[in-house]
Design a protein around this ligand. Sequence first.
Ligand code: NAD
Length: 477
Amino acid sequence: MGRMTQMPPEFPMRALFDAQHAASRAHVDVPLALRQDRLGRLRNLIESNANALADAVQADFGVRSRSLTEAADLFVLRAGMAQLHRQLPRWMKPQRVSTPLYLQPARAHLQPQPLGVVGVIGPWNYPLQLTLGPAATALAAGNRVMLKPSELTPETSALVASLVHKAFSADEFCVVLGAVDVAQAFSQLPFDHLFFTGSTQVGRQVAAAAAVNLTPTTLELGGKSPCVIDASCDLADAALKIAHGKLLNAGQTCIAPDYVLLPRGMEARFERAFLDAAQRLFPAVEGNPDYASIISERHHARLLALVGEARAGGARVVGWGADAQSAPSARRQLAPALIFNPPAHGRLMEEEIFGPLLPVLSYERLEDAIATINARPRPLALYWFGADAAARDRVLAGTVSGGVSVNDTLMHVAHDRLPFGGVGDSGWGAYHGKAGFLRFTHCKPVLVQSRFSLGHWFFPPYGQRFARIMGLLRRWI
Ligand code: NAD
């Protein structure tokens, strides 16, 4: 196979990889009909088992609304797959490329081809969208796919595996289950592309493992996504949208607003508006079927510790139920909290929060807010709220983030014609829509020479004719 791997060939995961690799080299050209057939099988699998899949996600979380899974996992998947189905015939076509004068009358085109075997490693927070979404895109691009879903959603991952194995042969699409040791071994396979969604910390390890095989990666990571509030904004509307983005899935969303930058003097108004909005969306926390559980005891304890550390560092913590947060919750439903004046150094402002805690930082001048963002690793998302277009444009031009929603949170991820991905510490490579198809495709440049080519004029031995032609060409370009 030429490429190195540290795994023994008898390892079952390795055998699956070998089967997919052999099939991908034996059937390089994957016609439209076969790609559509694979997409159709995946669509049927989702349609026929949507309820069971939503139940499995619910069971894995403890509390996780089926409506949330319907919208954020299943609808997004369905919309993405419908787009793939519709656009695939166009995206698969070779693209004509115009030819410069000095190479005419040759012709050129880009020939889209599958990469081969794609590995997908997924997280637990939207365990269907973030596993089957990239898998569907890679299949549409004609690849074989091996998927390693998260061990923190064991029921969902096991159900996905059994459904996929009924609908696909193992050399087309297979699922590998297991914890971190399996994930590490998986990331060492010499895939043609490795698509990872997860934390920045694990993303570094995945990138290092893939580099050994020269396997290109897409890293869909996390980070601290800021919300910039401009004094010109409709504060009630901004607070409602921030509360929605923050409290959806109890803050366990990669593009959830992580912290707020607020003009100094607006603190009391924002506090009231946010608490009203949170109350409106989730009138109760404990026992509310719409308000998701924190995924595990460990994650719950970490979030409580972040609040405790911030309080000890002098922060003011407010939120209905903020005092109740020290009490154990059987369902791990953690009440939202606003945290004013958090200590600058400490886990709350240095790590991605990934829970319903919202630090609020006050700023004097817009430049200060921009400098605060630029002093940190580049975020996955940025949100701006206001009516002052000039202020908006200063923030958009002065900061770099994976994506942006203006006067809303999260929604740019749902736009199926916008690429989605991070930059810097929030990841590299984007997918969704055509960007996703291209992510899993090699666009092979092809030049077709004409029999009227004058290329031989450039061949040695070099003499006067060569010098004359080069002189002419220099003037043409
Ligand atoms: P994680 O990084 O802990 O785990 C993700 C996956 O990686 C799991 O399947 C896990 O088994 C596997 N893994 C763990 N250790 C590994 C290793 N050493 N080598 C290879 N694989 C390994 O992330 P998580 O807790 O499941 O998800 C939460 C994180 O994911 C957050 O940081 C969040 O922002 C990020 N996220 C990003 C996006 C995005 O699209 N950018 C989407 C969702 C979540």
